[in-house]
Design a protein. Structure first.
Length: 250
């Protein structure tokens, strides 16, 4: 089953074409990695999946992105509601300058009215799910921005899963983290995919090979090749994919 289907997607920043007729399907409860050299359009494609490019001036987008069989670019789409279901984790952790508790509770408060006790239960359950509960249960009122970086990133993931999205988009979520923290996030991703669909952009080939089920290789705005990760990394169809994964460029 598809979680998201992209059809004939093109994107221009002004006169520069950053995405060229991209077609791809992101499978439900799978991890899909987007790889390719710097500037090839990975983040642009990722941001298209929950309409994060809308705010950039001079952007023109054509094509279709279906989420639950509805084109999110059709007029009348509720973008706030869309982002509730398709959330994003960024390269630099960006918790709100609020307490740990309020960070996790933020989306819950935005989207529905809830009793304090109910809220507390969801905050605890969400922190449990990302493995932060034991470390942070006595620090719920501390300011999130003062936590170590890897806890901040885990907290950003916690903040998303508190509202139970369908899809989690991750744009190089480990690039600011050390190898130990990176391993923790990868472990968490494998756990989260039981419930969520994940699309990750990464420069780390080992990471893509370790965590993802499917991989897409991009080059200059084109999706060159998309396949099962094992296939992409052992026996790709396209010579350009082969050159990239063997480190010949990028
Ligand atoms: N807001 C913008 N305005 C104009 N051009 C942009 C904008 N954002 C990205 N671009 C250009 O679009 C192309 C694709 O950028 P994008 O950030 O999607 O690449 P990327 O594959 O994520 O690269 P990296 O690996 O360095 O993060 C690049 O040439 C970039 O310079
Ligand atoms: Mg990028």
């Amino acid at each position: 089953m598809n979680a998201i289907e992209v059809k004939n997607l093109s994107l221009h920043y002004g006169s520069f074409q950053a995405l060229k007729n991209v077609n791809v399907q992101f499978q439900e409860k799978m991890i899909t990695a987007l790889i390719g050299p710097s500037g090839c359009g990975k983040s642009t494609l990722l941001r298209c999946l929950n309409r994060m490019n809308d705010l950039i001036e001079g952007v023109k987008i054509t094509g279709v992105v279906n989420f639950r069989d509805i084109n999110i670019y059709a007029p009348g789409t509720d973008v706030v509601e869309l982002r509730r279901h398709v959330g994003m984790v960024f390269q630099r952790p960006n918790p709100f300058p609020l307490s740990v508790f309020d960070n996790v509770a933020y989306g819950l408060r935005v989207h529905q009215e809830m009793k304090k006790i109910q809220l507390s239960a969801i905050v605890e359950r969400s922190l449990q799910a990302t493995g932060l509960w034991d470390d942070l249960k006595d620090k719920l009122s501390e300011t999130a921005t003062e936590l170590p970086l890897y806890q901040q990133q885990l907290l950003c993931i916690t903040r998303l899963i508190a509202i139970e999205p369908k899809v989690i988009l991750m744009d190089e979520p480990c690039s600011a983290l050390d190898p130990i923290a990176t391993a923790k996030i990868e472990e968490l991703m494998l756990e989260l995919k039981k419930k969520y669909t994940i699309v990750i952009v990464t420069h780390n080939m080992q990471q893509a090979a370790r965590v993802s089920d499917y991989s897409g290789f991009m080059l200059m705005g084109e999706l060159i090749e998309f396949n099962k990760t094992g296939r992409i990394f052992t026996n790709p169809d396209d010579k350009r994919t082969q050159d990239y994964i063997t480190g010949r460029f990028g």
